[in-house]
Design a protein. Structure first.
Length: 421
């Protein structure tokens, strides 16, 4: 029997999974590697963190998504090293050789060397991050409900978010919904006005990837919802008791959420490959690594320029790159020339909370309820599994009509805040 070319894909995120599914009808053998046996729909992690969705609703077993792809095999493992010269992948107990390699390992948090940020702040990049943050927030509310020291109570009820991008804005809006709609029912002795939500942004506006007018609208809307937005402010230190800004301002806060800064999560490799800003892999317009044309890098792992602009690393870009790489591999097998990757930008949407959002589709700028609704619809459509899609839709209906957040479970022993002297 003729041996089929072997394609290895590292990473079962949006780009890697899409590439594997797009190769399902190609005469190749595909191995998809990921340290987890599930795919996480990361745009909805903030809803897990704020008790709106359960972890099971935003994850799908990878093998479930690959059932119809007979030539695609899944391997749960962590890649320890890549040898580009030998075309070899090493995991903890496997050595695999490839004819084509697709790197789709995404990014990880970057803390910019700020003291305490890595140890005491709460990031939101993975499912475990979202679960830990939910447990911590609910534990703070539980402790505050019986706390008699007003300073400690204020610290417990102050939530600081660092980063004014989509994650920070979405979290801020979702927290206001949690505080306004849920807490008065569960904690009648906590006044919602006692809870302080602070959004700290180093730039002069929020949502820098959108126009200034939309960023300004977002600031006004969040402030109207009760969020304290601090522009042109930078964190200089984080502790378990709060956050210090670069101007010396100290904010007592039991919860500091880190929603800024990412760097490429690249497995150890030999020889080293060119990297650009944020440690991303520099690729050709065809998403190939120049020295190794059989290797592709996609998603927010890769530094990609399209039509003179750098891509931002959002999920739609990764999905289109996954489809493109599958086609590129087929063309290479047929001896055809690969044309450069072109991203079709369908627009950008961001949800603010309390039934409002912002968006830009072509020349049209949207604010208010319509982009909020579009955001929900788009993310529901993009979710890769129909069962989860139905569960999420029903949960959203429940939330909309009752204002409740059903996933308020603390499943770990809470780590309470150190007492204030």
């Amino acid at each position: 029997m003729k041996k089929l070319p072997h394609v290895i894909i590292i990473g079962a995120g949006f780009g890697g999974l899409q590439a594997a599914q797009s190769l399902a009808t190609t005469e190749v053998e595909v191995t998809l590697i990921d340290r987890h046996n599930y795919h996480t729909f990361t745009p909805l992690l903030y809803q897990v963190a704020t008790a709106q969705l359960s972890p099971e609703q935003v994850t799908v077993p990878v093998r479930t998504l690959l059932r119809q792809a007979n030539n695609v095999h899944f391997l749960q493992a962590e890649v320890q090293q890549i040898d580009f010269v030998a075309r070899e992948i090493k995991t903890h107990n496997h050595i695999l050789n490839y004819d084509f390699l697709v790197l789709a390992t995404g990014t990880q948090c970057q803390f910019w060397g700020i003291p305490g940020a890595k140890s005491d702040a709460f990031p939101l990049k993975t499912l475990s991050h979202a679960i830990n943050l939910r447990h911590h927030l609910l534990s703070c509310f539980e402790q505050a409900a019986t706390e008699t020291n007003w300073q400690k109570r204020k610290q417990l009820l102050t939530i600081s978010l660092v980063g004014g991008g989509a994650t920070g804005v979405e979290l801020a809006g979702a927290l206001t919904e949690l505080v306004t709609n849920v807490l008065p029912r569960d904690y009648p002795n906590i006044n919602p006005y006692e809870i302080t939500i602070i959004l700290i942004q180093s730039g002069d506006r929020l949502l820098a990837e959108l126009t200034k007018s939309l960023g300004d609208y977002t600031v006004k809307r969040l402030r109207r919802l009760g969020v304290k937005v601090m522009l042109q402010s930078k964190a200089s230190q984080v502790t378990a008791d709060g956050i210090e800004l670069d101007d010396g301002t100290w904010i007592p806060s039991s919860t500091v959420i880190w929603a800024v800064g990412v760097k490429a999560a690249i497995p150890k490799s030999f020889p080293f490959i060119p990297k650009g800003k944020q440690g991303k892999i520099i690729v050709l317009p065809t998403l190939q690594i120049a020295e190794y044309p059989e290797v592709f890098a996609i998603g927010d792992l890769a530094k990609v320029n399209c039509q003179g602009k750098s891509l931002s690393g959002v999920a739609p870009e990764a999905l289109q790159q996954g489809v493109y790489v599958a086609r590129a591999i087929r063309k290479q097998l047929q001896g055809k020339t690969i044309t450069p990757f072109n991203y079709f930008n369908k627009g950008r949407l961001a949800i603010i909370g309390c039934y409002s959002g912002v968006g830009q589709i072509g020349i049209f700028k949207l604010t208010g309820f319509l982009p909020w609704f579009f955001w929900l619809a788009v993310h529901l459509i993009y979710f890769p599994d129909w069962r989860n899609r139905l569960m999420i839709l029903l949960t959203w209906f429940y939330n909309y009509f009752t204002g409740d957040r059903p996933v308020r479970l603390i499943l770990v022993v809470p780590k309470f805040v150190t007492s204030i002297d």
